[in-house]
Write a protein that binds this ligand. Structure first.
Ligand SMILES: Cc1ncc(C[n+]2csc(CCOP(=O)(O)OP(=O)(O)O)c2C)c(N)n1
Ligand SMILES: [Mg+2]
Length: 254
């Protein structure tokens, strides 16, 4: 379904994303979910930290937006939500912002099951500052700060947030637009902490460093890696090594 994006965008903004950036696709899918739910965007608050993904809502959404300090989006969002519990409060930020510098806020907000929707645009690196390694970078991957390959296992953000106590936890990729929109709609409606780990490919840093080719080829690379958890069931550990398992990992009891 195509929607008139303009009604949700602040007049005069120019989207800052590189060619083929997953965040540009994600921006559109978030607005599509809001449009399909018919939520009044004026009843919402969008909070982001620092990084490319943090530019998704701010300054682009024609709504209340808080563009906060690096790693502190969830802390600001919690404050706003506590002050005004009626506010539909949505955090949209990057993997580094939410899980590295903001990691403690993430797990404790999940533990307290605060009524926030957190959309994590996961490009598996610090895109804005040059593609450095972060806690979601796969093991072995070369980055400017791990020229010999990342020696560490990445966080599985869904397992982390699930274990901490979140109500709704899912992972989808921007290359799976229909299921991702449905998941965002669900996350927006669920009471309690809802979290989606959204694979949002970065052709400029991750794609270039791994010679994944053009932006289109980078998207294709991730599209081919994603597998729905139902289809992953019969696969061996070896077969799953190169895969990104997507689906719902906690469905809020629905
Ligand atoms: C306190 C502080 N430390 C470090 C930085 C530098 N910095 C800006 S964005 C960023 C990483 C953002 O990564 P991520 O959240 O994954 O966003 P992306 O650009 O990948 O979308 C870093 C380290 C900063 N702005 N402030
Ligand atoms: Mg990132």
């Amino acid at each position: 379904m195509s929607i008139d994006l303009k009604q949700y965008l602040r007049p005069g903004v120019t989207l800052p994303f590189c060619a083929g950036c997953g965040d540009r696709i994600l921006l559109r899918l978030i607005l599509r979910a809001i449009d399909e739910l018919k939520i009044n965007i004026d009843d919402m608050l969008f909070v982001s930290g620092i990084g490319c993904a943090a530019w998704i809502p701010s300054p682009n959404f024609n709504a209340d937006t808080l563009h906060t300090l690096h790693g502190r989006a969830i802390a600001f969002a919690t404050g706003a939500k506590v002050f005004n519990p009626k506010l539909k409060t949505v955090v949209i930020s990057g993997d580094g912002d939410l899980a590295d510098i903001g990691g403690n806020h993430l797990i404790h907000a999940a533990r307290r099951n605060i009524d926030l929707t957190v959309l994590c645009a996961n490009n598996m690196n610090y895109g804005m500052t040059g593609g450095q390694v972060c806690s979601t970078t796969p093991k072995g991957v070369r980055t400017p700060t791990t020229p010999g390959g990342n020696p560490y296992h990445p966080f599985d953000l869904c397992k982390l947030v699930n274990a901490a106590g979140a109500t709704y936890v899912a992972r989808y990729s921007v290359t799976q637009p229909s299921v991702l929109v449905e998941s965002i709609k669900k996350a927006l409606q669920i009471e309690g902490f809802s979290f989606i780990d959204i694979i949002s490919p970065c052709p400029t840093q991750y794609g270039r460093q791994h010679r994944l080719g053009t932006p289109r080829e980078t998207l294709k690379f991730f599209e081919n890696r994603c597998i729905m958890k139902e289809d992953a069931k019969g696969l061996s550990e070896e077969e799953l090594e190169e895969k990104i398992v997507t689906g719902e990992f906690s469905d809020g009891g629905n």
